[in-house]
Design a protein around this ligand. Sequence first.
Ligand code: ACO
Length: 428
Amino acid sequence: MSNDTVTITDNATGKSADLPRIQGSIGRPTVDVRKLAGSTDLFTYDPGFAATASCKSSITYIDGDQGILLHRGYSIEDLAANSNYLEVCHLLLDGELPNQDEFNEFESIIKNHTMVHENIHRFMSGFRYDAHPMAMLSATVAALASFYHDSIDINDEEHRKITAHRLIAKMPTMASYCFKHMRGQPFMSPKNNLSYSENFLHLMFAVPAGDYVPSPTAVRALETILILHADHEQNASTSTVRLAGSSGANPFASIAAGIACLWGPAHGGANEAVMNMLDDIMDTGATIESTIARAKDKSDPFRLMGFGHRVYKNYDPRAACIQKVCHDLLDELGGDQPLFQLARELEEAVLADDYFKERKLFPNVDFYSGIVLRALNIPMSMFTVMFAMSRTVGWIAHWQEMHNDPEFRIGRPQQIYTGETHRPYPKK
Ligand code: ACO
């Protein structure tokens, strides 16, 4: 026994295992259970993987108790205040912030890949008029593999790099085409003289018949949303990308799997739930007081959407970053609009209420991001598409890291079998 190991003894068999203790650069110590089954016949049971580290990663660190989110060591507060989305993409992918020359080169590479093949236009036009944008996006990203089958060798570093660039560059184009298809408007061509966020707003809201110039506050708000959602370590969709990719599946298929996972309401749908709640309050004429009272009532399943977080138990650092952007945007667009006014009053009332203070329930990033997206005129069915667009870089960074990891193996969890034991086939 030593301080570097954890000893597990199975009292039923007397077998024991000295398991290595692993310490990352920060964070809680971890027990390496790989030798457990060999030494004791035991497996570990952890539904939801809440107590299991599935990999080693140097991309993102979260401390939920302290409200800390770091990308490659930089705090999300610093990045949101000082950086831009493409710089954060470079950081996540390459591990370092780019200097000016490196940034210019990276931006020009991304801009070189913003267009999609004409047949992607046709492919996307082929969806039913009322197709859900997430169905369109996940299918289109998977379909990209058929356009780039000459560069999807996962063992080729250059192929992995160009795929990363293509996905980051084309995601705004494809996301906007989901919206344009829904609106029945022509697909716009990307404009490479615009920044990443300006170009996305142009792709979404410009029409061939007129000019469109987004306000700098809207551009900054979008840039902040993109930065805040760029990565969040081993969440469900990122773990899905890793698991899908672990079989050697091509990167487009792996990212499409991540998009499918994100589509679930328990993952990407929280900001939509916030807007539904605010709309409900408006429609039913409920007051802030009655809404808060319902949230406190244990016999009522109603919860205040956009408050509390599974990981962040102190505050959500991303919420603090987006709060000001949200208020600036609402001020510019007219803070007296009833829904936005309601959101502000609800936020103030909750922050002043002891029930929420005692339980450390603060507004999370989704409370503000839904409001910001609504203020940017982005319809609710596009909210998760926006999330997918920003998270693409995180997914790719993890996918690349997995393929560079010498300990990487195909993901294949165990199970506890609870079904029938072996029985004979009944005689006929
Ligand atoms: N409204 C009212 N009460 C709440 C809320 C809320 N939004 N969230 C938690 N509580 C209360 C619970 O009733 C519980 O009270 P009790 O101690 O008197 O029983 C206490 O706060 C602790 O709640 P838990 O459910 O144990 O907290 P948990 O960490 O399991 O849940 C969750 C976190 C699911 C995010 C929850 O806060 C919630 O449902 N929030 C609303 C949905 C939302 O905004 N989700 C986006 C977050 S995205 C994410 O977490 C991955």
